[in-house]
Write a protein that binds this ligand. Structure first.
Ligand code: ADP
Ligand code: MG
Length: 594
């Protein structure tokens, strides 16, 4: 039998390597920013389109490359940063493996423009999927621009695997923040779809943190500083009272490189022990400087995991240093007023129950609908695409369905199981819960009718007498004037019965007893009535009693009317009782399944 082993062609080897280096647009951002820093740039611009799915460009004013290097840099293992094995232990650059550009070029369209100071003309090189296309001289200022387009154009499985724009943008912002925090002295810009996201001027670390995370972070930070022969530690940790429920502002750098070290980061959390609740996460921006020969960065292709020679010692030093800083912050006299009570509790008391329950503050006048009443429903959904990606990941994913009300294009609907309506929207399908949707429509209708005060009463030919227990009658009496304002007229009210002479015209006569049942139930528990207006409670009850039920067949015309009306509601996504009215199935999700 013939020999069967052969060497892989370069473009395949590059694609395989790319799988490790380039996982998503944010990986490209990281590599390009790091190259700009390695090239000595002090002004770096990142331009991103469509969460990096369409284009990522990094422009720097660094050293630039010669004409030959402009082509060479795309070769695998092509690097100017190391030349022998020992260099691996003297690293002062971010890159050294010489595979980022080769990997990026293997899975996208790349256009490189670069010029050195000493050269008259620069070079422009374009490459598509590892294939060299052109090289030509161009006039340009000193520095480099790498423009990466159509990432994963040749690996559909990867491209389809990318998450929503919000999520991918969040990853890009994370990488950008990490690099910007590691280099406060450099100027950074970031644009997304031509809008400026960050403009970070040269600063000290504290200013840089504040310009990324907002002016409020200034007062939340405690400085950390310690010099030992093994390690120099500097940076900031967040005060314990600002610890967050979600992980977020946690940045750990070693020799100006953002790294993930679960072991050493545990040391930071250990320093906070007893100061923050177990499920909360402290923020930190911690910078370690260690001798280059005491770490090994080359254990992972993305270089975010590294090995330390003296891990145990470092753990102890970090923990003690952070603890010390937190302690100092606590005894600084000028801060005494703001002292966090938690810090004064000895550890042995940590799990004990306080003898007196602390009073709970509730804002009883709080009305979540107050400010929304005037706003048109469109305004609630516009502009979301600009702000969403600045929020933490956990939140952005939830908000995807919010824009669909704008997308409804009035296609024919179908009823499913006499419970759901299915309808097409631009981005896929929407499934609507018929009862909840109708509740929402009726609720908003009643609310505006009740608050406009135009209520028509209808007289009963024969008054209806309803019996209640004493307690319920008390509740009804309490609400008597409210009910009368809303179209009821009572002939007689005594301790155990109610005689109704007229009722609101929008209610059908047959549901009057049910209305009162729901009304009482709402007063007792079901609807949090206390801090809503009485009108709101009545509108909810009316909506509940009059809404079509599950199991009701709807004609095509009724179905369409329901969908149309739902999408002209102020808040089509939720029933007045906070349940979801609809869910969407996007084209991407459908394609993934079929
Ligand atoms: P590495 O950074 O590991 O050396 P890369 O593939 O990222 O590998 O880059 C290859 C080489 O291309 C670098 O070693 C450097 O010489 C050159 N290079 C890449 N980006 C730039 C840039 N923005 N400015 C100047 N030179 C660059
Ligand atoms: Mg590199």
């Amino acid at each position: 039998m013939a020999d069967i082993i052969h060497l892989l062609p370069d473009h395949i080897a590059n694609q395989i390597a790319a799988g490790e280096v380039v996982q998503r647009p944010a990986s490209v951002v990281k590599e390009l920013l790091e190259n700009a820093i390695d090239a000595g740039a002090d002004n770096i611009k990142l331009l991103v389109k469509d969460a990096g799915k369409t284009s990522i460009q990094v422009i720097d004013n660094g050293s630039g490359m010669s004409m030959t290097d402009a082509r060479m840099c795309f070769e695998r293992h092509a690097t100017s940063k190391i030349s022998k094995a020992e260099d691996l232990f003297k690293l002062h650059t971010k890159g050294f493996r010489g595979e980022a550009l080769a990997s990026i070029a293997a899975v996208s369209h790349v256009e490189l423009q670069t010029k050195r100071d000493e050269d008259e003309m620069g070079s422009r090189v374009s490459i598509e999927g590892s294939k060299f296309i052109t090289q030509e001289p161009i006039a340009m200022p000193t520095g480099t621009s790498v423009h990466v387009k159509n990432i994963f154009f040749n690996i559909p499985a990867r491209r389809n695997f990318l998450k929503s724009d919000n999520v991918e943008t969040r990853h890009i912002i994370n990488e950008f923040q990490r690099v910007a925090l590691a280099h406060p002295k450099l100027t950074f810009f970031m644009y997304h779809n031509d809008k400026e996201v960050y403009h970070l001027s040269e600063a000290n670390l504290k200013k840089r943190i504040v310009s990324i995370f907002g002016y409020k972070s200034n007062e939340k930070l405690v400085p950390v500083n310690e010099q030992t022969p093994l390690v120099n530690i500097s940076g900031y940790v967040g005060k314990p009272e600002f610890a967050k429920k979600i992980r977020g502002e946690q940045f750990f750098f070693v020799n100006d490189r953002f790294v993930k070290s679960p072991y050493l980061e545990h040391a930071i959390r250990a320093a906070f022990e007893g100061l923050i609740a177990p499920k909360k996460h402290p923020s930190y921006f911690l910078y370690l400087k260690v001798p280059t020969e005491s770490i090994d960065i080359n254990i992972h292709p993305t270089k975010t995991e590294i090995k330390f020679e003296n891990e145990k010692d470092l753990y102890a030093i970090i923990r003690a240093t952070v603890k010390h800083s937190l302690g100092q912050y606590n005894v600084t006299p000028e801060l005494d007023f703001k002292r966090n009570a938690n810090l004064d509790i000895p550890y042995s008391y940590k799990n004990k129950v306080p003898q007196q329950e602390p009073p709970i503050k509730i804002d009883r006048s709080f009305n979540p609908f107050k400010d929304q009443k005037q706003a048109s429903w469109e305004s609630l959904y516009t502009g979301a695409e600009n702000v969403d990606f600045l929020k933490p990941l956990e939140e952005t994913e939830l908000e995807q369905s919010q824009l669909i009300s704008q997308e409804y294009i009035g296609f024919r609907t179908q009823q499913l199981h006499q419970k759901y309506l299915i309808s097409s929207i631009k981005s896929g399908l929407v499934l609507i819960h018929q009862t909840r949707a109708h509740q929402r429509i009726l609720y908003e209708h009643y609310l505006s009718e009740l608050s406009d005060g135009e209520i028509v009463s209808q007289k009963l030919l024969l008054p209806i007498k309803l019996r209640f227990n004493k307690l319920d009658m008390e509740l009804i009496k309490e609400m008597q004037s409210e009910l009368e304002n809303n179209g009821f007229l009572f002939e007689k009210i005594d301790k155990e019965s109610l005689t109704i002479a007229a009722f609101p015209a929008y209610l059908s006569e047959t549901v009057i007893p049910e209305f009162f049942q729901s009304f009482l139930a709402a007063q007792q528990e079901e609807i949090p009535g206390q801090h809503f207006s009485k009108t709101d409670v009545i509108a909810k009850i009316l909506a509940k009693t009059n809404a079509i039920s599950v199991g009701k067949s709807l004609t095509p015309k009724e179905q369409e009317e329901l969908v149309d009306k739902l999408f002209s509601c102020k808040e089509p996504n939720y029933s007045p009782f906070g349940k979801k009215c609809l869910t969407t199935l996007t084209k991407e999700e459908i394609e993934k399944r079929l």
